[in-house]
Design a protein. Sequence first.
Length: 418
Amino acid sequence: MVKRQAGAVKLGINGLGRIGKLTVWHHVARKHFDELVVNIGRDVGTSLADVAHYLERDSTYGLLRGYLYGHDSEPVIRKVDETAGIIDIEGITVRILRKERNPAQIRWREHEVRLVVDTTGQFLDPTAPEESANGSVRGHIEAGAEKVITSAPFKIKDKGKPMPEDAVTTVMGINDIFYDPRQHRIISNASCTTTCLAHMMKPMMNVFGPKKILSASMATVHASTGSQQVLDRLPKSGAGDLRKNRSVMNNIILTSTGAANALRLVMPEMEEIGFIAESVRIPNSTGSLIILVLNLQEDLAGEDIRRETINQIYREAAENDPNRYLHFTEKQNVSCDIIGLPKAAAIIEGHETHTRTGEARINLENVPGLDKSVVANLKDPVVRIPITQAVIYGWYDNEMGSYVNILGDRTVSIAENM
């Protein structure tokens, strides 16, 4: 347990879904903030006691008291004050707001909240003005907050608009130093998938660079999320993806991911590499996997790139990671084994790393813009380039273990510079 710091700023949390609830758990355990002000924006159940019931247990992670202190523990919710709207959890005041859903109307100023984590996934356009009819992330600032962290990647609706100068996307351990407390007011913590992918790509980029990584692709085998349907239902008017309305319990569902676009924001050198990202949802509550495929150009004068070469890169990167966000293992894991593993952005499954070297044959006669006289003087216009394809597996707990814990680090680091 981290010792509680006297005088720490209050933290606002907007939304109490999967990430919001586990963010409460994280900060109750961490005790950096004296008070958590949680906005639900609506009545829940029959009383505040129902909110406490929801907070103290979880179908994936078990009881809150077990999370805090292990199996031999007493209940940790000490008091539920319906009149004041307060739940006391291990000495941390959790104040529940149940009136406003529009960020601009939430009473952050009244409750002296300067920092807000928005976990709703609804307000992700940093270009949307405060007065947007359906609410906007900037509404939190209008309501009194100084900084807002979103628990999802930005989505600018008007593709012609640039990223505002006061907004930035960061992944802890990758580009978190790009955050400027004097400039940035709106910070995206990217996504669970982008966080894992960035920590998988960074060691490869450090060793090979964008010149030797000819192309990359990834597929995330992702646990289900709250946006999916328990049973089949009709799509909403105008919905283009009919698969999102199919039962999450019974199906493997192909979907999309914004991880490639978000990765370019945190690792600009990815712009030089052809990259494709895909996503497959599976009937699983948490615990996800990225399958990363890299095409690497071999150095004719150097050693061949082999499985052990790749594993040694990750082994050393994990050993030298000061934050311990990157893990390397040669054990044989299944998804349940990595659930809740603290701050594990990516867990490289070294046992399954594979490489295969072959030749890419390029007919220079078909290369646009190449001087024909150059080709005419060649004995053979076909150039053979040795290329190694590497397949790398990286586990991540898309809820608590990876994402929420690292989101907590981002939150505390920003709070400490306010």
